[in-house]
Design a binder for this molecule. Structure first.
Ligand SMILES: O=C(O)c1ccccc1NCC(=O)[C@H](O)[C@H](O)COP(=O)(O)O
Length: 200
């Protein structure tokens, strides 16, 4: 079994969180961006309190004002922030804090994890429409994997995740739609199947 980093995103209930943690996920995501999966700070805080220390809690944002991102991050007590919009360097400066992980989602390929204009700790290579379950062409011959800690996302599910990891050499994977029985409704069985399949 590999030590692939696995993040399960878009969790909204205690059952979702317990399923992801129980299946062996390394990170769980709570969506604060506009989405059928959006949770408020109080819900995210309540759910994050169930998550053991070794599992990273991640808040997902897209294009929200920096003060709102800071407030939701602090009120919910989550330990990582994931940006999906065109958030500039001021967001990274404002949110940088000891023990906090900053994740930048992008559709670009071959972007260096450090040394770019933004001070992220982790890169997420995602589909143009995040959280849609639509895959992008990660298997194309022109794909160049970034260096360092990067997650592959976009249309992954239990039946394609292992192939995607082997094709791209991803350091980790992130999924939402592929572990749902209906849009915004997580499936315990699919979460378990995804984590097991991802790690081979
Ligand atoms: O989940 C959403 O609806 C969402 C909305 C706005 C920005 C990001 C969003 N989700 C991010 C993720 O869940 C993951 O990082 C990833 O995009 C998973 O996508 P998929 O497995 O294809 O649903």
């Amino acid at each position: 079994m590999s030590d692939l980093f696995v993040k399960i995103c878009g969790l909204r209930t205690e059952r979702d969180v317990d399923a992801a943690v129980g299946a062996g996920a390394d990170a769980v995501g709570f969506v604060f961006a506009a989405s059928p999966r959006t949770v408020d700070a109080e819900t995210a805080r309540r759910l994050a309190l169930r998550v053991p220390e070794h599992v990273l809690t991640v808040g997902v944002f897209r294009g929200q004002p920096v003060d709102e991102v800071r407030r939701l991050t602090e009120e919910s007590g989550i330990r990582a922030v994931q940006f999906h919009g065109d958030e500039g360097p001021e967001y990274y400066t404002a949110l940088r804090a000891p023990g906090r992980t900053l994740i930048r989602a992008t559709t670009a390929t071959g972007v260096p994890v450090r040394g770019g204009e933004l001070d992220e700790d982790m890169l997420l290579l995602d589909a143009p429409d995040p959280g849609s379950g639509k895959p992008w062409n990660w298997a194309s011959p022109g794909f160049t994997a970034p260096e360092g800690r990067w997650l592959l996302a976009g249309g992954l599910h239990p039946d394609n995740v292992r192939r995607a990891v082997e094709a791209t050499g991803a350091w980790g994977v992130d999924v939402s739609s592929g572990v749902e029985s209906a849009r915004g409704v997580k499936s315990v069985e699919l979460i378990r199947a995804f984590v097991a399949a991802a790690r081979g």
